[in-house]
Design a protein around this ligand. Structure first.
Ligand SMILES: Nc1ncnc2c1ncn2[C@@H]1O[C@H](COP(=O)(O)OP(=O)(O)OP(=O)(O)O)[C@@H](O)[C@H]1O
Length: 542
């Protein structure tokens, strides 16, 4: 992630340089003020006028510079945030389907919200602040050199003390931050579950219990937040004491020098201003550095969510599906243990263009067989060959572009009906119409005042379960895939409609259809080439 962040270096440099430019311009205006003060005390009216004009010009120049600083800072922040978020989402989509499904996806939501908010404050903002601090510190030192180089030594001393202090306090801060992030993960997961199950909770009178659990989790997160804030405020208070002491020492030193006549009154004024210029970065650095030190562990935690245990490299392209899918002595268990096998020693051949129905008792392993054929999981033993090539070696993207999946669990995007059917790909109106007709959606679409441009909200809350299923069937038909996998795709449809759609799918020439279903209609039964029963780890022909 840090490597990816390096790409925004030009934006960072631009933002830091403009901040430094502003710091120097601001310091220069203080030098001009010092001159004005000393000229005024000497009673030199001619030079006083020109020094006053210089000051006014400086004040005018500062305005566009301030705007430039705000713009370059915002640009850097925007680029940096987008870069790490793109990196993360890209990483999530590089996860294997099986490994992604093993995890609670609230883990990823928590990373993208809580952890990325922390990254924005503790890394992206802090980096900018550190850049700006360096510019301001340099400008402050420059101001000091104009008055007396001796004051610089004191400022460098303060800096060293503060860096040592930050290093010492960073470890316990990082520990607390990580614990808080883990608590947030549980909290996000629970909140997501609570809102998804809203109607179940209400209709089963579970409100009180759920609220109690939520309050407990929320209390834990708040308590940790309180501990972190309290800890950080102790650190802050200690820093303020140290910095305060240093400031008094510098003030006393410049006062002594003015009394001794080593510097002018204007010079004393400039020392006070330069001290502020130097102290701000020192104070700010002492705030930003501990935050920066906590980022390493946070990034490690975020990167861990993107790790794939199985990094098998797929090398075989699959431009088309031409002959058959063959299962050779395939065994599979989710737990990778021989005793926990769901399927054992399966041998099958599924021909291109063939229509296959998979039946069997609940929990028998039908969906598991489909998951293996869909390349969600690899067999524990044996191999699945497609046109003679091991499915394990076939590149995921190539394989997925040859198949369409129609599942019982439907996902509908919050978008128009058209985009939900085409899945953002280009098809002709005739192709879309044909898919709508074959999936039994024609009457539904005709009845909508906006037709295909009707918006579907929140995973299809404004359409029925059967309509949702048909949208997904239309997707499958439109995709013109070589293989269609159906998993209880007709469960939400009435019998007549289910039969009609099943017939349309079974009439697709050259398309291999593998349909897992509890429902077996006499009218469509004969249209299947083979009916397979999955039971007791075995697959047999019916
Ligand atoms: N991700 C998983 N991790 C562990 N075990 C699983 C997983 N998915 C399914 N199983 C188990 O595998 C067995 C077969 O499940 P599968 O979903 O393949 O059955 P099925 O025949 O499709 O059942 P149904 O008709 O009820 O959908 C079941 O005992 C189930 O509990």
């Amino acid at each position: 992630m840090l490597k990816r962040l390096l790409r925004v270096t030009p934006y960072f440099i631009l933002a830091a340089l403009t901040a430094a430019l502003l710091a120097f311009a601001d310091s220069y205006s203080f030098v001009k003020m010092m001159d004005l003060m000393d000229i005024a005390l000497s009673g030199d009216m001619t030079n006083f006028r020109s020094a006053s004009i210089d000051l006014i010009v400086m004040a005018i120049v500062l305005v566009p510079l301030c705007i430039l600083v705000a713009i370059t800072r915002a640009l850097y922040k925007r680029k940096a945030n987008l870069t790490i978020k793109h990196y993360y989402v890209n990483g999530v989509f590089n996860k294997n389907i099986s490994e992604f499904q093993k995890e609670n996806n609230a883990k990823y939501i928590s990373c993208l919200t809580n952890d990325f908010n922390l990254l924005e404050v503790n890394l992206i903002d802090s980096l900018y602040e550190i850049g700006a601090c360096i510019g301001n510190f340099a400008a402050g030192i420059w101001m000091m050199t104009i008055v007396s180089p001796w004051v610089i030594l004191l400022a460098v001393g303060v800096m060293i003390v503060m860096i040592i202090f930050s290093t010492l306090t960073s470890k316990p801060t990082a520990k607390h931050m990580n614990e808080r992030s883990t608590l947030f993960e549980g909290y996000t997961s629970y909140t997501k579950e609570m809102l998804s199950a809203f109607h179940i909770i209400k209709s089963n009178n579970l409100t009180e219990r759920v609220q109690e659990n939520f309050n407990d989790k929320s209390e834990q997160v708040q308590q940790k937040g309180y501990i972190v804030d309290r800890f950080l405020s102790y650190i802050q208070a200690s820093e303020n004491i140290i910095i305060g002491l240093m400031m008094y020492m510098m003030l006393a030193a410049s006062g002594y020098m003015a009394i001794q006549g080593l510097i002018t009154v204007g010079g004393a004024f400039l020392v006070v201003q330069s001290m502020q210029k130097v102290m701000w970065p020192v104070m700010n650095l002492s705030e930003q550095l501990p935050k920066m030190f906590t980022v390493k562990d946070l990034i490690k935690k975020i990167e861990k969510t993107l790790e794939n245990e199985d990094n098998y490299e797929e090398t075989q392209p699959m431009p088309s599906f031409n002959e058959s899918i063959t299962l050779k002595n395939v065994s599979f268990g989710y737990a990778d243990q021989e005793t926990d096998l769901i399927l054992e020693n399966i041998n099958l051949e599924l021909k291109k263009g063939g229509k296959y129905l998979i039946v069997g008792p609940s929990g028998g392993g039908k969906s598991t067989l489909l998951k293996l054929l869909r390349k969600y999981f690899n067999p524990t033993n044996g191999e699945i060959l497609i046109d003679g090539y091991n499915l394990k070696d076939i590149k995921k993207n190539d394989f997925f572009s040859q198949v369409a999946n129609v599942e019982q669990q439907v996902f509908i995007f919050e978008d128009t009906l058209r985009n939900n059917i085409t899945l953002y790909k280009d098809y002709t109106e005739e192709e879309i119409e044909e898919a709508i007709r074959k999936s039994g959606l024609s009457d539904f679409v005709k009845g909508l005042s906006n037709g295909l441009d009707t918006m579907i909200y929140d995973n299809g809350k404004n359409i029925s379960g059967g309509e949702r299923s048909r949208v997904v069937i239309a997707r499958g038909l439109l995709a013109k895939a070589s293989i269609i996998f159906l998993d209880e795709a007709f469960a939400a449809l009435d019998m007549e409609r289910a039969k009609e759609i099943e017939k349309s799918i079974l009439a697709l020439e050259g398309v291999t259809v593998i349909n897992v279903s509890h429902v077996l209609f006499n009218e469509t039964r004969s249209k299947y080439d083979k009916i397979l029963k999955v039971n007791h780890r075995q697959v047999e022909y019916v």
